[in-house]
Write a protein that binds this ligand. Sequence first.
Ligand SMILES: Cc1cc2nc3c(=O)[nH]c(=O)nc-3n(C[C@H](O)[C@H](O)[C@H](O)COP(=O)(O)OP(=O)(O)OC[C@H]3O[C@@H](n4cnc5c(N)ncnc54)[C@H](O)[C@@H]3O)c2cc1C
Length: 472
Amino acid sequence: MSQNFDVVVIGAGPGGYVAAIRCAQLGLKTAIVEREFLGGVCLNVGCIPSKAMISATHFLHRAEHDAAAMGIEFSKISVNMKKLQEWKTSVCDRMSAGVGQLLKGNQVQVLRGEATFLQPQLLQVESKEGSQQLSAKNFILATGSRPIQIPGFEFDEKTVLSSTGALALDKIPKSLAVIGGGYIGLEIGSFMAKLGTEVTVIEATDSILNGVVDPECAQVVARKLQKNKIKVITKALAKSYKKSGSGVDISVDVQGQIQQIAAEKILVTVGRRPNSDQCGLAKIGLAIDAKGFVQTNAQRRTSIPHIFAIGDLVGQPMLAHKASHEGVLVAEVIAGHNRAYDVKTVPAVVFTDPEIASAGMLESEARSKGLDIMVSKFPFAANGRAVSLMETDGFVKMIAEKKSHVLLGVHIVGPEASNLISEAALAIEMGARLEDLALTIHPHPTLGETMMEAAEATLGHAIHVIQKPLKV
Ligand SMILES: Cc1cc2nc3c(=O)[nH]c(=O)nc-3n(C[C@H](O)[C@H](O)[C@H](O)COP(=O)(O)OP(=O)(O)OC[C@H]3O[C@@H](n4cnc5c(N)ncnc54)[C@H](O)[C@@H]3O)c2cc1C
């Protein structure tokens, strides 16, 4: 006998749990199946624990490097790594428990176990307690992704770590080699360096964050990595490693020359792959593309019409807020609303020091599309709040269409870029012009004023930088 639902959601990450809550709000009888933790990668081994570690080590770094200049002196600062881990875990547990309460409060049935399709309408859920079958009118696949392994560097979570292992370290390693200079590797490498670990980043291409962020923003972060004593080796391929004493020696091909890099631990962050090879998806014949993403249409309907898929499982950008947006969208489609995935931008943040945040087009993208654009930057060094925070590295860069002044892209590197970017996302979604930002009164003294001044700078008349008059 199987239990019957209107909707069964598989996976309780930021895609799945949001979809389940929205389905229940819309009056659909909903169940969610999760094999590990409520909140998925994001709340347990991804966004939240990494940001908790970043916040803690930001405090530490500021206390060590900036406080004395403000007249605040400490006799001794030390890190209790075990306590730091306990605090980080308490943050994750609190968030995960909150998801449980929200699901319960919305009458979503939570089923623990591994879900596998037996037939397109029938799901088997296996757990230690036994197995049960569920049938539903609609299914939402939100099974996420996992870290990619590279040959010769298989994760053992002792010497060769994935992001999950690195976020759980309860001793500070003396040294860490990070393979992959993307956002996850740089975020973890940066907070480990602030804890005192000697960090070396091995990156295959010629720059960090290659192709994903504005290159000028990446340069600001690259300089700060250097200042924070993080070594970055570009055009370098990690080939193999062997144990040496209590650590490892890694053979790295740097433009044809083999170099040895010694480290206590290795962190491999070369990307994530969708979990489309699990859950019996091949057995029911679901269409999957060459990169392993489940194929969907703009309503996130798969090749089997009553099965929807969202989040990391369906493609880039593999970000939590994109997954949640799709979760709401799919629930509303199932409830009969006229919805489709139709966004102008998915803002993205890299929580390095300083942070990088972007919304809309890159300058190179706008130029390659042949658009006639105007581009300008406003520096944080000219903003009073940034100066009083002693966080003046970086700028807000704006790209607008020359004739209409419609905002096309915003790229921020600097303090609180993560919080500033939402204004840009809203402006781009609403088709705002530079004047809309420039003529909106922004409170003083705030970092937000840099958004107004960057718009003014693009129009040629920012107050707090000296500009040549521009004919606009
Ligand atoms: C270290 C790190 C830092 C990150 N930082 C950020 C950030 O700052 N901002 C951001 O937007 N994104 C960040 N991400 C990415 C973000 O975590 C993912 O984009 C997001 O979690 C994807 O959500 P999802 O719902 O698609 O899947 P997931 O969060 O991966 O959840 C999928 C869930 O499905 C469950 N599941 C899978 N298969 C089955 C099955 N067969 N049966 C039952 N359950 C199953 C899994 O156990 C999991 O709980 C980070 C990721 C990592 C690793």
